[in-house]
Design a protein around this ligand. Sequence first.
Ligand code: HPA
Length: 272
Amino acid sequence: MQQLQQISEATDFILSKTKLHPTIGMILGSGLGGLADELENATVIPYNQIPHFAKSEAEGHANELVIGEMEGKVVVAMKGRFHYYEGYTLDEVTFPVRVMKALGVESVLITNACGAINTSFKPGELMIITDHINLAANNPLIGPNNDALGTRFPDLSQAYNAELRQIALKVGKEQGTELQQGVYAWWTGPAYETPAEIRMIRIMGADTVGMSTVPEVIVAAHAKLRVLGISCLTNMACGILDQPLNHEEVIEVAGQVRTKFTRLVKGILKEI
Ligand code: HPA
């Protein structure tokens, strides 16, 4: 019950700062937060002011919730997220998804920067996530289930909503933006994978790998939110090319997709 109280305190606080009532949520990953700057009539709330929100420390992330309008839709966007590798609990990582649901959000766009394992993919491309593999040996729903928030054993067969994926693909086609589709594997990080781990993850059936998204998607499924997942492929995964990985490159490449990413998201918003 404590969780319900915390969700309602955070929600009440946010609603006291804006007259807008968001129906779309966005979690903007490394280097992708610039999209939130394009929201109109925006209210910006630093995470550290919101009751029960943790603070994100990853470079490339601001720490702000932005509520505003885009393409006639009211959006609540997270500029920066909480990562498991920063030491937050999965409750803290996913708390904002609970708050989005309580705010009245119905669909949530969850984005990330990730490494490409599928060798037909290229850095700088965007991928619509079709499914995921949870490699972290952890799950945000472990613990007593609060039936007011969702069912004990949620179904993940439609974790990435088919209708939203179709809309994204259609908009990408209309805009001439090639979109890949594939499976995202969650690696806790913060160290990147080894070449042997990437070979293992490929055999397991993943096309990409990254350090986020899966916990939020599981909680979104629990909350019966519709999810669209978009990955920005910032690099080929470790060992595919004969070169080391670094975070600066991840941020740089994510920044380079800003124009096509923003155009795609705006196009999708028009259709949902
Ligand atoms: N591995 C894990 N996470 C990542 C990567 C990667 O190659 N690139 C961006 N985030």
